[in-house]
Design a protein around this ligand. Structure first.
Ligand code: GTP
Length: 368
């Protein structure tokens, strides 16, 4: 079977991480998101993948050209203007083989059982099957109401608590029968959620919801991006790698004997960690990071080439590639630093502040 992955969005909610890097190439455990997704598809026997691209398409293509496609056959289709989620799928129609196919939002991480979803789809003879996942607070999402047989009755966008009849939301994974494509206008901005799905219901087509209990997260915001890392690292710890550092330490690292590492931590290649540093997982350090004497890193994700000076306190924050943090800084509470940000000595950043890529903060400018 084929899969279409929608990776054309600008990822505005993840900015500044997505200014130079499309959301699908943002690293998850030091590996681009899309690689994880292709591995997941491969596990379910899906190797023929069409990427619907729009924003920074060359970043994706160049990466896969350099590492090889690793067993998957990738087709790249670039939109000249954004066509929306359904419009993007219509745009790849010439590459589809005329059978049911999967569609994935390119920012979800899940272990939904795709084979079981396909069996359900065929058994129910649906035109479209939408994977559903339960959330605690449905008022923040579009919920999907189904009958006892799984047939979709209604979509309700961000219901008030008095309207909530279900906590099942659209998980951003669909199986689509090819006939449905004729309902999507060509070269026109058109969405599944607001356009195609309501139209199918109106026309009496069978749209089904496949309730999944698997892991699911949309990593489209910095909070979710951090949570995803924490979940994955804790899962690694639970899966029982007790010896050494859970997650692992890459080759070529130089780690001072006085460094304390606790909790699940993933350290990339060629990192240098100085005396008395404490790393309290879940933490990820990308390749080539350096952490100087006496600093504490807790619950943070650092991309490649980040330099953290001495006696820094870095907690629950994300630092993109090649950031430099001078000594005695505090960066805590969900801060996000874009590529190449330089934070001068003694700054204190908190309250989820976002610093745009390439910005330089003079010493002692900020103090929360
Ligand atoms: P935000 O700007 O933060 O909302 O992110 P986004 O637009 O990148 O993602 P959103 O969650 O809104 O969209 C869900 C998925 O559809 C993401 O994987 C997007 O990359 C993708 N997507 C959204 N719009 C388009 C589009 O016009 N074309 C293509 N090819 N993909 C799209």
């Amino acid at each position: 079977m084929q899969a279409v992955i929608l990776v054309g969005g600008e990822g505005t909610r993840l900015r500044p991480l997505t200014v130079n890097t499309p959301k699908s190439m943002v690293p998850i455990l030091n590996q681009p998101y899309l690689e994880h997704n292709l591995d997941y598809l491969k596990k379910h026997g899906i190797k023929d993948v069409i990427l619907a691209l729009g924003y920074l398409p060359h970043r994706i293509k160049t990466y896969f050209d350099s590492v090889g496609e690793q067993d998957s056959h990738l087709t790249y289709v670039v939109e000249s203007t954004p066509l929306g989620t359904a419009g993007a799928v219509k745009n790849v129609e010439p590459h589809l083989h005329g059978e049911a196919f999967y569609v994935f939002n390119g920012d979800i991480v899940t272990d939904i059982d795709l084979r079981d979803m396909y069996t359900f789809h065929k058994r129910e003879k649906a035109s479209v099957t939408i994977a559903l996942t339960a959330v605690e607070n449905p008022t923040a999402f579009g919920v999907v109401e189904t009958d006892n047989n799984g047939r979709v009755r209604r979509f309700v966008e961000k219901p008030g608590w008095d309207e909530v009849t279900t906590n099942m939301i659209n998980a951003g994974v669909y199986i689509v029968e090819p006939e449905v494509l004729k309902l999507i206008p060509s070269q026109t901005f058109y969405m599944f959620e607001q356009g195609l799905f309501p139209l199918l219901l109106k026309q009496g087509e069978k749209v089904c919801g496949y309730p999944s209990t698997g892991y699911w997260i949309d990593m489209g915001t910095p909070e979710k991006y951090l949570k995803l890392h924490h979940d994955l690292l804790h899962k690694m710890a639970r899966d029982g790698r007790d010896g050494g550092v859970v997650g692992g330490i890459g080759e070529g690292c130089s780690i001072h004997p006085s460094v304390q590492i606790t909790g699940p931590v993933l350290i990339g290649k060629n990192c240098k960690i100085g005396p008395r540093v404490r790393i309290i997982g879940p933490v990820v350090l990308g390749d080539g990071c350096q952490v100087d004497e006496g600093s504490v890193i807790e619950g943070a994700v650092l991309w490649e080439g980040v330099h953290v000076g001495a006696e820094v306190n870095l907690k629950d924050s994300i630092l993109a590639a090649n950031c430099r943090v001078a000594g005695h800084c505090w960066i805590v509470g969900g801060c996000v630093l874009g590529d190449g940000v330089e934070i001068g000595e003694g700054n204190r950043l908190g309250q989820a502040i976002r610093v745009w890529q390439g910005k330089k903060l003079e010493p002692g400018t900020l103090s929360f």
